[in-house]
Write a protein that binds this ligand. Sequence first.
Ligand code: ATP
Length: 449
Amino acid sequence: MEKRASREADRLQEIVSLCKRRGFVFPSSEIYGGLNAVFDYGPLGVELKNNVKRAWWDAMTRMRDDVVGLDSGILMARRIWQASGHEEVFTDPLVDCTNCKARFRADHVAEMSGDPNVCPNCGMRGTLTEPRKFNLMFKTYMGPVEDDAGLIYLRPETAQGIYVNYENVRASMRKRPPFGIAQIGKAFRNEISPGQFIYRTREFEQMEMQFFINPDSEERWFDYWRDTRIQWYRSLGIKPENLQFHPHDADELAHYARAAVDVYYNFPFGWREIEGIHDRTDFDLRRHIEFSGKDLSYFDDQTKQRFVPFIIETSAGADRTTFAFLADAYDEDEVEGEKRVVLRLDKRLAPVKVAVIPLAKKEPLVALAHSVHDSIRALGLTQYDDTGGSIGKRYRRQDEIGTPYCVAVDFDSLDDQKVTIRERDSMKQPRGRVPIAELPAILAADLAG
Ligand code: ATP
């Protein structure tokens, strides 16, 4: 058991160091000593995360007729957070250690130190205070005067931006329930105990979809979205054994939810939530009706029924899911007696789609390799890899960042105008030599397949 835990800790460490070394994720403000629980995405990380977000956006909006997109502001009227209940109840229980002054989320202490009465930082027993409520919303001020009248929040979720635009979207897009609104955007939470790399941070991105329905179809749509969402992770290559549902018991349910199920991923540090599917009933729209005085009910002229739509929400974190895709793809094997690290990312998610590798830095080989590279740029992000080392070493470096295909341009290419395509997973070149003229079409088909 202990051995397994240390293997998993090593694995987490390997992933974190790969992310730093190869330009996926950097600690924020690093040259100034860092900023706790904020991370920056490097050149490959931004591609990976964008690919995750694009895959979600396509599946949730473009491939469907019943969901449309939105991009609402991060700053919103303070009344919204009073209506939603966030100002009052978006709190976590905070405990202080009177000995070392460290602070923890009360419900995390037992897992961190093995005992709910022992401080996870200094190890003292009985030094933790009674829990008190700590609101997780970041405050700021609108306008030049820092007083209560100007107080606003950085949004802690993107969902409220959708609810307050519900009527705008419905009317302008001529939609009728059931239909959904999807949004991807930044959210901010002043987490008490952030951690585990990009799993829990204070600034993060959410991919949320709110589906507005007739109350009598509540159960059907909840089941539908629960199944559709877990399938999305599987369709992008996450191993089914690393995914599971975690239904909420009555005492775990948030104040707005009648039913909730989380999608859990088997991270190196244990099973954790990556997405929540919530039946929010008519709580949100009713509260906004109450606080704004606007009628948000819907009249169905076919059934002659008037109702306040119920909402089924799917709420995923872009960073957490990116982390899950990375962790699931991370693999090590052995090639010619040496360890090979390979990210077995789905081709749609891989940051670099194809690398062109010239065998030597000599003309006219270099000119040919550049023209090969130019011919395939439209396939997505591609790389011209003339970093030093043998071709085998360069293949390994591409494996480590998950590049599905490497095109080798060698001296024979100058005569036969052909190149080889080496595959990441099999490390083989199953097509032999392929004509340069056909390369873009062949790679486009392989990347789509
Ligand atoms: P947790 O219990 O882990 O704090 P939550 O249940 O509060 O999460 P939700 O409010 O349901 O989370 O948010 C939906 C999704 O947003 C989560 O499943 C997660 O993917 C993402 N998310 C929430 N908080 C964070 C955070 N601090 N850092 C990164 N992602 C987050």
